[in-house]
Every structure is written in structure tokens, then in C-alpha cells.
Design a protein around this ligand. Structure first.
Ligand SMILES: C[S@@+](CC[C@H](N)C(=O)[O-])C[C@H]1O[C@@H](n2cnc3c(N)ncnc32)[C@H](O)[C@@H]1O
Length: 212
């Protein structure tokens, strides 16, 4: 998946490129932190707060950040966003492939609202999720291509079957317009769909002037 993520990170850097040289970035669910490593290398004055519930992932990210010489600019928080101590406001936030795991629509909106409340006025969100209207034949067709891509990545037939089941059970793959609406209702203005690769879609949006 690295080339797809690389393209997303490249465009993300373009979207965020006008932030101050000392910008403060909130990264929600960075996993092993690929997005942070990319942005930190491109913007050597930016600081990052990684909010990640999996301590295993966070440990991998810590080693990676050390290896790339960026650890001193990263704060690592093990947990969900609501457990991050308040006080700091961020210039931008990323949430790549995270909100899709929140199955309840109200909770998904609350997830974005939590991010909006941590941003300074006009702060930017960049969010990606698997999206598409699974009732539509063209999206089912694309999903087939997506699974073929996974298969070429060396996932076993059993693994593929488990992934198909997980997509219908554990991942809220919503139509593109619905994700747009959830982001808006979560406190952001006019999300722009700026990236698509297979089932991955990414939006950027400015914090609303008064997020609920
Ligand atoms: C599919 S991974 C994506 C990792 C990384 N952002 C990327 O694009 O490669 C999703 C990550 O989100 C984390 N996560 C899941 N739900 C979360 C939530 N509500 N808040 C913060 N992180 C969450 C998971 O632990 C996992 O590390």
C-alpha cells in the first residue's frame, strides 16, 4: 500500500503547505506513524502529537521516529482523543483510515467534533476513509479490484475471506456523500474530496467558526 499512502501524504503536504513553519499538528490514529514521518521530514519545524490507542503501534512509531531523528518533535499519547489533556490548540489534524472503524454515525460525528474542538479557529482537518456506496454495482466492482490489490500484496485466501467479513462487520464503508456529511456535522465546513485511490477517499476541511 506504500505507493498509495505516499501519494496521499504528498497531496496532504500540499494541502497543509501554507501552515506556519512551527505548526502544531494533531495526528489521530497514526498507527505506526507513516504520515507523521513523511510530514516531519518535509516540514522540519513542525511538532506532532500522536494520539493512538494501540500501545503496540505506538511503540513501533517511537522506534521509527527515533530512527528518523524526529522523536524530539513528537509527543506520543496512548489512548483516545478525549483522554488527551486539554489546553493546547492545533493548527491542523490528520485522521487517516480511522473514522471508518466507528460504526455508529452519531459517535462518528462526535469523533470529528472532538477533533474540531482541539483545533484553532480555521484549523484544518485531513481525513481519509474507505468509502463508497456498496449497494451500487460500480462500487462492488471497485471493491473487487481492491481485494485483488490486497491479494497481490500476498494475503492468503483465508486472510482475504476474513477481510471481506471484516469489511461488512467492523468497517463502516459509507457512500462518499455520507462521509462528507458526517465530517460537516462534526464541525467542519465544505469538505473537499482531494484524493481517491481504490476505495480510499480523503477530504480536507476547515473547522467551522463555531463547532458544536
Ligand atoms: C488502519 S490504521 C491506520 C493507521 C495510519 N493512520 C495509516 O494511515 O497508516 C487505524 C488506526 O487507528 C487507530 N484507531 C482506531 N480507532 C481510533 C479512535 N477512535 N481514535 C484514535 N485512533 C483510533 C487504530 O489503533 C489504528 O492504529
Amino acid at each position: 500500500m506504500a505507493p498509495l499512502n505516499g501519494a496521499l501524504h504528498l497531496l496532504t503536504a500540499a494541502v497543509l503547505g501554507e501552515l506556519a513553519p512551527t505548526a502544531n499538528i494533531l495526528c489521530v490514529g497514526p498507527g505506526t506513524g507513516a504520515e507523521i514521518v513523511q510530514l516531519a521530514q518535509k516540514f522540519p519545524g513542525w511538532r506532532f502529537t500522536a494520539v493512538e490507542p494501540s500501545t503496540l503501534m505506538l511503540d513501533v512509531f517511537r522506534s521509527k521516529a527515533e530512527e528518523h531523528g524526529i522523536l524530539s518533535r513528537c509527543r506520543l499519547h496512548a489512548g483516545y482523543l478525549d483522554s488527551l489533556p486539554p489546553g493546547e490548540s492545533f493548527d491542523a489534524a490528520t485522521a487517516f483510515l480511522v473514522s471508518q472503524f466507528i460504526l455508529d454515525r452519531e459517535h462518528r460525528m462526535a469523533f470529528f467534533r472532538g477533533i474540531a474542538q482541539r483545533l484553532r479557529p480555521s484549523g484544518l482537518l485531513i481525513s481519509s476513509d474507505l468509502a463508497g456506496d456498496l449497494r451500487m454495482a460500480d462500487v462492488q466492482n471497485l471493491l473487487g479490484v481492491w481485494f485483488k490489490l490486497m491479494n497481490q500484496g500476498g494475503i492468503s485466501p483465508d486472510g482475504m475471506q476474513r477481510m471481506r467479513e471484516a469489511y461488512s462487520r467492523d468497517v463502516a464503508v459509507l457512500p462518499v456523500r455520507d462521509v462528507h456529511d458526517v465530517i460537516t456535522q462534526g464541525g467542519f465546513e465544505s469538505p473537499v474530496l482531494f484524493f481517491q485511490a481504490g476505495m480510499i477517499h480523503a477530504w480536507y476541511a476547515k473547522r467551522s467558526s463555531n463547532p458544536a
